[in-house]
Design a protein around this ligand. Structure first.
Ligand code: NAD
Length: 502
């Protein structure tokens, strides 16, 4: 559909190229600016270094398809150099008194919050997600993870009483494109607080906020080599996870790549945690507060364009309220504002990439072909960039691809249940097990259901709520290991029995 002149003017006013350097004005009226440099090198040993490959990859704004910058493509030799820098830094970092490590992590959190606006804008430009979300969710939550874990750094003995916690060594961390800054924070904060050093590999299509974090580390005077950032594609990730200098690999991404990484570390004395895909069930009972449940379901699937591992993509609603609930959902979906991610009123931004859009289109077509009923509200989508309207399928069968496969887009599939037993059976009828949601007025039913749901996180009368103190992670093909809270710290320490003569 045609892009409006108004949105074209806005986009043009906001992105101005000066001699190859992107300058960005966060609001047309605003006075503060920041720049995006034309080329980013690798961050190794506290310095920016050119890749030995001599290659660079472009990163684009998915809402406009314009190139924002190019980033270094790290090869095996670059990964070697980064691991060596992390090994060297580990010697001093692990010996640092824990309260001093805590101070560094705390300082990172504080600087991140001071630069919150810049990080929110950069994330929105590089990823396509609405500024409302980067401003209110991604950046504050990322800072919360650093604050939270700074608090644990000098209290590890209390976390693991009677055992002596030690850092593991150099951690290789590989993260996806859907929450670039937040996933970096989830991984870095516990690793650093526990005394490990890191080589981080951001996703190739959204590397800019992780690279800007390097500036925060420099500002916080984090010792060189404690965090190293190597950009590149899957080949860089593969070189990192295979590196013999690592003590642990922490991966967030697709189940397919997670399995590949499992094979790559098999037989080596390397610890592994995997945060993978999901296909969450969202159960709505007839006694639920239906209007609140509508809001929860909308947030559950359309937040971040549905590019969320724990998205509530399968709505399973009690048959007696199906028609009423679907009608309410249709009316609510008509009010979702899709468009310019930098507009603070936008609810749904751009699909992250052409490849992701193609996958969504293919799976939606399969839904139509397999006989489910499609609903999309009328909305004007910009002509340039990658866009997809909020979508709902009703009459979805358990064998339909849209019910079984992770779409990772703004597509909800709706089916029904009659009894709580049937609800549990349908909810668990998936190879994934990351999250689930329950909407009912009855506390006893929540407990009954939650104990039967095969999901690492079960939300009750809410959805997509995150907290650094709460462990997050999956069962089955959604991976293993937890991030956040005490369980998240456990993934970054080795425990020793420490007995003295009594
Ligand atoms: P992806 O698996 O394609 O890529 C993730 C990262 O792995 C990227 O940095 C990529 O460059 C790297 N990579 C690719 N091939 C590799 C290889 N062979 N060895 C090592 N690294 C390699 O995933 P994506 O498309 O970036 O992200 C979407 C997926 O991530 C979805 O399935 C989503 O559910 C999942 N995800 C899970 C969580 C969670 O906490 N469980 C959170 C966010 C996203």
């Amino acid at each position: 559909m045609a892009k409006t002149d108004k949105s074209e003017n806005k986009a043009a006013a906001r992105e101005l190229a000066f001699g190859g350097v992107w300058q960005y004005a966060p609001s047309i009226e605003g006075t503060d600016h920041f720049t995006i440099q034309a080329r980013h090198e690798l961050f190794v040993g506290g310095e920016w270094v050119k890749p030995k490959t001599g290659e660079y990859l472009p990163t684009i704004n998915p809402a406009t398809e314009s190139v924002l910058s190019e980033v270094a493509m790290a090869g095996a030799k670059d990964v070697d150099r980064a691991v060596a820098a992390a090994q060297q830094a580990f010697v001093g970092w692990r010996r640092l008194p824990a309260e001093q490590r805590a101070r560094y992590v705390f300082r990172i959190a504080r600087i991140l919050l001071e630069r919150a606006r810049e990080f929110a804008c950069l994330e929105t430009l590089d990823n396509g997600k609405p500024i409302k979300e980067t401003r209110d969710v991604d950046v504050p939550l990322a800072a919360q993870h650093f604050f939270h874990h700074a608090g644990w750094a000098d209290k590890l003995d209390l976390l693991f009483p009677g055992q002596h916690p030690e850092p593991l060594g150099v951690i290789g961390q590989v993260i996806p494109w859907n929450f670039p800054l937040l996933m970096a924070a989830w991984k870095l904060a516990p690793a650093l607080a526990a005394g490990n050093t890191v080589v981080l590999k951001p996703a190739e299509s959204s590397p800019l906020t992780a690279l800007r974090l390097a500036e925060v580390f420099q500002q916080a005077e984090l010792p060189p080599g404690v965090v190293n950032i190597v950009t590149g594609d899957g080949r860089t990730g593969a070189a990192l996870v295979r590196h013999p200098g690592l003590a642990k690999v922490a991966f967030t991404g697709s189940t397919e790549v997670g399995k590949e990484i499992q094979r790559a570390v098999a037989g080596r004395s390397v610890e592994l945690t995997l945060e993978l895909g999901g296909k969450a069930a969202h159960l709505v009972f007839e006694d639920a507060a239906l209007d609140q449940a509508v809001e929860g379901v909308v947030r559950g699937i359309f937040f971040n364009q549905g590019h969320v591992c724990c998205a509530g993509s399968r709505l399973i609603v009690q048959e007696s309220v199906h028609d009423l609930f679907v009608d309410k959902l249709r009316r609510r979906m008509q009010r979702i504002r899709v468009g310019d991610p930098m507009d603070k009123n936008t609810d749904m931004g751009a699909i992250h990439s052409a490849a992701q859009l193609a996958r969504i289109v293919e799976l939606v077509q399969s839904g139509v072909d397999e006989g489910a009923e499609l609903f999309q509200p009328r909305c004007e989508l910009p002509a340039k960039g990658f866009w997809f309207a909020p979508t709902m399928f009703t009459g979805v069968g358990q064998t339909h691809r849209i019910c079984r496969e992770e779409i990772f887009g703004p597509v909800l599939s709706v089916s029904t249940f009659r009894t709580p037993e049937e609800a549990v059976e349908k909810a668990n009828n998936t190879s994934y097990g990351l999250s689930a949601g329950i909407w009912t007025d009855k506390g006893a039913r929540i407990l009954w259901l939650a104990s039967r749901m095969k999901a690492g996180v079960v939300w009750n009368n809410t959805f997509n709520r995150f907290d650094a103190a709460s462990p997050f992670g999956g069962f089955k093909e959604s991976g293993f290991g937890r991030e956040g809270g005490r369980q998240g710290m456990r993934a970054y320490v080795r425990l020793k029995g420490a007995l003295s003569p009594g």
